[in-house]
Write a protein that binds this ligand. Sequence first.
Ligand SMILES: Cc1cc2nc3c(=O)[nH]c(=O)nc-3n(C[C@H](O)[C@H](O)[C@H](O)COP(=O)(O)OP(=O)(O)OC[C@H]3O[C@@H](n4cnc5c(N)ncnc54)[C@H](O)[C@@H]3O)c2cc1C
Ligand SMILES: *[C@@H]1O[C@H](CO)[C@@H](O)[C@H](O)[C@H]1NC(C)=O
Ligand SMILES: *[C@@H]1O[C@H](CO)[C@@H](O)[C@H](O)[C@H]1NC(C)=O
Ligand SMILES: *[C@@H]1O[C@H](CO)[C@@H](O)[C@H](O)[C@H]1NC(C)=O
Ligand SMILES: *[C@@H]1O[C@H](CO)[C@@H](O)[C@H](O)[C@H]1NC(C)=O
Length: 533
Amino acid sequence: MSSKTWKTTFIEFLENNRGLVVLLFCLPASFIFNLLLEIRKFVYTKLFSSPRRHDERVRKIQSQVLKWNDLPKEERKLLCTARPNWLSLSTTFFRKDLCHQIPVDLFDILELDEKNLTVRVEPMVTVGDITKYLIPKGYTLAVTLEIAEATLGGLAFGAGMTTHSHKVGLYHENIISYEVVLGDGSLVTASKTENTDLYNTLMWSHGTLGFLVALTVKIVKIKPYIKMTYTPVKGQKEYCDMVRKVSGANNKDDVVPTYVEMTIFNKQRAVVMTGDYSYHDPSIPVNNITKWYKPWFYKYVESISRSGKKHTELIPLREYLLRHNRSIFWVIESMLPFGNNPLFRLFFGWLLPPKPAFLKFTTTPGVRAYTFARQVFQDIVLPIDELENQINVSEKLFDAYPLLMYPCRVYDHGPHQSNLPRPAEKYLVKDTNYAMYNDLGIYGVPGFIKRKAKYNPVKAMREMEQFTRDVGGFAFLYADIFMTREEFEQMFDLKLYENVRRRYAAEGAFPHLYDKVKPEIDVIKIGQELEIK
Ligand SMILES: Cc1cc2nc3c(=O)[nH]c(=O)nc-3n(C[C@H](O)[C@H](O)[C@H](O)COP(=O)(O)OP(=O)(O)OC[C@H]3O[C@@H](n4cnc5c(N)ncnc54)[C@H](O)[C@@H]3O)c2cc1C
Ligand SMILES: *[C@@H]1O[C@H](CO)[C@@H](O)[C@H](O)[C@H]1NC(C)=O
Ligand SMILES: *[C@@H]1O[C@H](CO)[C@@H](O)[C@H](O)[C@H]1NC(C)=O
Ligand SMILES: *[C@@H]1O[C@H](CO)[C@@H](O)[C@H](O)[C@H]1NC(C)=O
Ligand SMILES: *[C@@H]1O[C@H](CO)[C@@H](O)[C@H](O)[C@H]1NC(C)=O
């Protein structure tokens, strides 16, 4: 056997037995990797953590920016944080090596204000940290995320949404103030009363206006459990109508549940999940859904869909918030096809999920090109009135199920008052200043790839983006975008943003938003090449 065929056979073996490779190499390595990160964090917390030293740490960041300002103009590379790409959840790999990097090592929770229901934190505090801190005290963030590693600063500058957003809007609507170090080294606070133009454009700015050094966010009072009701619904119109009703899209006076989520298993079948805070009630079963031996959450929901029977149970609050943690929504299945097997769960379930940072750390350019072409990973915010349309378009372009659906309010703040487009008047909920939208999450391997049919990821994604622009929606920028700059500026409203960049010393100091979030590979060219082949 020549070495070439040996190599091909080996690669084929690896591809056909991906799950085994993941189990034998990836998961143990990820486990050790995670352990090292935990140790690092523990040491850091023991040695350096101290909310009292916040001001001192901020002054250090300011002095580094001032030093950068003293460099000759031609030596001043654009600024970014020194946090490595692989630690961030965004799927793109921004070229930080071409930037002047400033360490923003701020990991402390600063103060809890139980009267005003706010908490002030440093930006690198994670969802895992803050839920551990707040829940025993009887609170949680108004808008959290289901992934323990997401940072509160990253959510502020990226996107943040949850199953409570149909009541309170996206994460940025729940930020009271940002404290930011600007490109000239000054420290400013931006809120609804101070530097409002900056306040209105920091959200979804991806660190292109300044360094975030602290933020104050809203919290809400909780009870220890979520009483969750799963309602399986048959028929597209039926489930779309139901989720519009329970999210409050039809009428502002409707009393709606605290948490609303829907998982769509195919065009005709979905499960609507509604949850409210609750105390323990012996008459209702408790389900500890994040235990390692339990079925993956979406698989569990699918079994309820198949049974066709409505079901109610209690879930401890933190477990509810982290319900998608073990299978990272439904991303892990394509890596580990037998991951939800009961025996696997019992013996190895505790190894899940592989740390997102580990997955990114081990992503070589080859792996990146491979996954980019064979997987879709998108969250898109679209008007809920177009829900049937969204599902049909997504099926036509990707044929990937399940689909995730979280309803959310999008507020109308007036002309050019936000980076996000204003909701069209026809979508506004009557007598309010908001429209009901929803996040459509499309994750996994498209049906075309599974069936080995013709599929051009760039063409499909660009069509999805065209649809999104046509209905006034917008894409989460942590995932890959496929738009030209012109198309990007049709989707987002950058008028105020450009003004703020000039007014607050960001021009020439930080990259432009489009340059920061566009993929590091030339996706449009890849798409054209795929068409010719
Ligand atoms: C599997 C998966 C599922 C997801 N599901 C959801 C979901 O359900 N709902 C949702 O809302 N989002 C979801 N997201 C997206 C998530 O909200 C974003 O990735 C978000 O950006 C948080 O990630 P992060 O904390 O790693 O921030 P990063 O990606 O590190 O940060 C976001 C941006 O802000 C910049 N930045 C961060 N901190 C600072 C700072 N201190 N100063 C200046 N700039 C800074 C970064 O450079 C980056 O451009 C999901 C992501 C993944 C991978
Ligand atoms: C909390 O609210 C009170 C009154 O509502 C206000 O005076 C005070 O400044 C607020 N505190 C903070 C830290 O915002
Ligand atoms: C389930 O969670 C509750 C609340 O956290 C806890 O008291 C209980 O012991 C857990 N049950 C099991 C079987 O782990
Ligand atoms: C969620 O996943 C991370 C690893 O990605 C892990 O560290 C964390 O403990 C998990 N949380 C729960 C509640 O399972
Ligand atoms: C979506 O598809 C279904 C069935 O394929 C069809 O009946 C329905 O009219 C379509 N809806 C829209 C808005 O296109």
